[in-house]
Design a binder for this molecule. Structure first.
Ligand code: ADP
Ligand code: MG
Length: 686
């Protein structure tokens, strides 16, 4: 149970003043549902604005406060698209104040035509037009705006304003309890860090590196400690030795020889399976590196040894694809395989459950439906998890907890992460790397093209579709607000639909899951020819007929993300092309990213380069990428502080593995604070 001392932090956001149903939603979008989350919603940055009399005195990219007179309101097409308020400065420069989504209501109220207002925000340029997107403040007189120097800027979602978030943060900070110190005393005094509550307060107030470091360290320590607990628990568990005689594997009729990397990985897995400590191994390999065959061989070892194996996929579509592939490959072996998803009902389902229970079915592929309580196995020896990052470690543990003996676990991921981060994300696992592609893979032609030539690209696309190919169109990352991405995707979708009609489908994060699945399935079936998407394109979906990918404003994407996106094409025998459309204003880093993309198709290399280019400061994984292991710690902090946290955790485990000493108690509080309490639960179970 969560220590009572944390109750005030884990109270719901509704307990803060001024949080009604209207505010709850936008807060939830930011992942802020409890007081704790608000306290940890640290400012993205701090701004100091420069007051100017007119826009000639300001430069593009600068934070300013400027008096403007409103001249006109222009609503977006059919309520979609941006809402623009045109305004003039004292010498006649026109500037557009641009709003997306519901924010336009605020604009209507705050900016009546003919009135003068002081507007605070970042001056941008869009084509020829000066613009300020979502001004931070609009006021009738300047006094209030000009006096705030060093103002925090928080990430927002539609329906929230900066002052609102400031108010909530202030309330959350007022409720911080006194928590015991969990950091090792020597480390704590050497680093000269503030105590926990002080660190949070300082981090909201201004740029305070020591406070930020402390908070990041807490997060890293919580993670290291939880992973250490998993590992310790795993050592205590009993698994079954699985030693295959090769009888089934020798019957496989693979149309290709295995690569060296595949052979090595299989040997490593075999070694683990032969132990009576349950395996915890991660198989890391870029898209197309051939993870499926490795999984197949591992599962056959289990079957040869008389056990069953299960392959868990994150989505129905992926489960189905895996099932078809594996069934084909298994045909010469006669091994019985079944597919089980949430959709299976009635008789068919019953007979599969029976087969798993009596052991007739040796291999099952499915979504998490395969681990519902109603599913019992005769002797489950191995669990393979595809696209591991979609499932939390905690979920994996509940899987592991099902039998008397713990099954071996092989997790697979196509996300090549740099070596320094492997420890952070998968600290408790052994890692096998498929760092060699099967031979004869067609390289994907990657070209960088200026956005000016967009219509030319549409023609090229038309020719491809005409010729029977399929294509992806990835829409730009517009701004900090997710909605703007969706607006951009919808606008592009509408335009392409005009040209290509029903052959186009759209996928983005705010669609209902069924709608998303339906669109994906139409595309996978070849019924839809063009898939327009934000960055949510399903990991791992394999459409070999898709040979063209166009990515808009490619320079705004991280390198690792571009690589992941590009991996959707080049999966068939046809030559594939990836077109990176670049915007006009290309930063040095943006330019370098695109050049690297043109140069290399090696995911591990690109991941290391991504890390180098992001360097210090920037948060790991933009908000869009969803699989960042940490919310607070930046890449730079991970590299600098993780080794310390790791050692600290290990030391604590050695001295006080049961977390029973006063510092152990404090560490428990930390684990709950960062919701790594599955670590604590293991303690009790063991
Ligand atoms: P991923 O690692 O992305 O899951 P897959 O297992 O789906 O990759 O393999 C991608 C493709 O490469 C499949 O068509 C598979 O049959 C093929 N493949 C796998 N291993 C080899 C190999 N050693 N030589 C040639 N082709 C291979
Ligand atoms: Mg795969």
């Amino acid at each position: 149970m969560r220590p009572e001392i944390l109750n005030s932090l884990f109270a719901e956001v509704e307990t803060l003043d001024g949080v009604g149903p209207k505010v709850v939603k936008p807060l939830e979008k930011l992942g802020l549902t409890r007081v704790r989350d608000v306290a940890y919603h640290l400012p993205d940055r701090f701004v100091t604005r420069r007051p100017v009399e007119n826009l000639d005195q300001a430069s593009v990219g600068e934070q300013v406060v400027v008096p403007l007179t409103v001249t006109e309101h222009r609503a977006g097409r059919s309520g979609r698209g941006p809402y623009n308020v045109l305004a003039q400065d004292a010498i006649g420069n026109v500037c557009s104040l641009t709003y997306f989504g519901k924010a336009s209501y605020t604009a209507k109220k705050q900016l009546p035509v003919g009135e003068k207002r002081w507007v605070a925000g970042r001056l941008d340029q869009y084509g020829q037009m000066l613009q300020i997107v979502h001004p931070d403040h609009v006021a009738e007189d300047s006094a209030g705006l000009l006096t705030t120097l060093n103002e925090p800027v928080y990430a927002l979602s539609e329906g929230l304003t900066q002052p609102k978030v400031v108010g909530l943060a202030t309330q959350a900070l007022a409720r911080l309890p006194e928590l015991p110190e969990w950091i090792e005393p020597t480390q704590f005094s050497k680093a000269k860090w503030p105590a926990w509550a002080d660190a949070l307060k300082l981090a909201h107030k201004g740029e305070h590196p020591a406070a930020r470091d402390r908070l990041a360290y807490d997060e890293l320590l919580a993670n290291s400690l939880a992973l250490a607990l998993v590992r310790a628990d795993n050592r205590k568990r009993r698994g079954q030795r699985l030693q295959g005689d090769g009888s089934l594997r020798s019957r496989l009729e693979l149309p290709f020889p295995l690569t060296g990397a595949q052979q090595r990985s299989i040997r490593e897995i075999e070694g683990d399976l032969a132990q009576d400590t349950p395996m915890l191994r991660l198989l890391q390999g870029d898209v197309g590196s051939g993870k499926t065959v490795v999984a197949l061989e591992a599962m056959l070892v289990a079957v040869e040894a008389g056990a069953q194996a299960a392959l868990l996929a994150p989505t129905e579509i992926l489960a189905r694809q895996h099932f078809e592939t594996l069934r084909r490959m298994l045909a010469p072996t006669g091994v019985e395989i079944a597919l089980l998803t949430g959709r299976d009902k009635g008789r068919a389902r019953e007979s599969i459950l029976m087969g798993l229970h009596d052991g007739g079915i040796r291999i099952v592929v499915g979504t998490h439906a395969i681990f519902q309580d109603t599913v019992t196995y005769r002797n489950l020896g191995l669990i393979v998890i595809d696209e591991q990052h979609r499932f939390g470690v905690s979920q994996r543990l509940t899987l592991a907890g099902k039998g008397r003996v713990t099954p071996h676990t092989l997790a697979m991921t196509a996300t090549p992460i740099p070596r320094t981060l492997t420890l952070a994300q998968y600290g408790e696992m052994e890692v096998s790397r498929l760092d060699e592609m099967p031979p004869g893979r067609q390289a994907i032609d990657t070209v960088v093209v200026s956005t000016d030539r967009l219509s030319e690209m549409v023609e090229r696309l038309a020719a491809q579709l005409e010729a029977g190919a399929q294509a992806y169109w990835v829409c730009p990352m517009v701004h900090e607000l997710e909605n703007e991405d969706i607006a951009a995707a919808e606008a592009r979708f509408a335009a392409l639909k005009e040209r290509f009609g029903d052959a186009v489908v759209l996928v983005h994060g705010q669609l209902r899951p069924e709608a998303k699945d339906a669109a994906m399935e139409r595309f996978a079936a070849g019924d839809a020819k063009l898939l327009v998407a934000t960055t949510v394109i399903e990991v791992g979906v394999d459409v070999p007929n898709a040979t063209l990918m166009i990515i808009e404003q490619a320079e705004r994407f991280g390198l690792a993300q571009l690589h992941q996106l590009r991996g959707r094409v080049g999966r068939g025998s046809q030559k594939s092309v990836c077109v990176l459309l670049r915007g006009e204003a290309l930063s040095e880093v943006g330019r370098e990213r695109l050049a690297l993309m043109r140069e290399s198709q090696d995911g591990f290399y690109l991941a290391e380069e991504d890390l180098r280019l992001r360097g210090g400061g920037e948060l790991l994984g933009t908000r869009q990428s969803g699989d960042a292991p940490f919310k607070l710690a930046t890449l730079e902090q991970i590299q600098r502080l993780l080794p310390l946290a790791h050692d600290d955790a290990r030391l604590l485990m050695e001295r006080d593995g049961g977390l029973a000493s006063p510092r152990g108690e404090a560490a428990r509080v930390l684990l709950y604070l960062f919701e790594r309490d599955w670590g604590v639960q293991l303690l009790r179970g063991g």
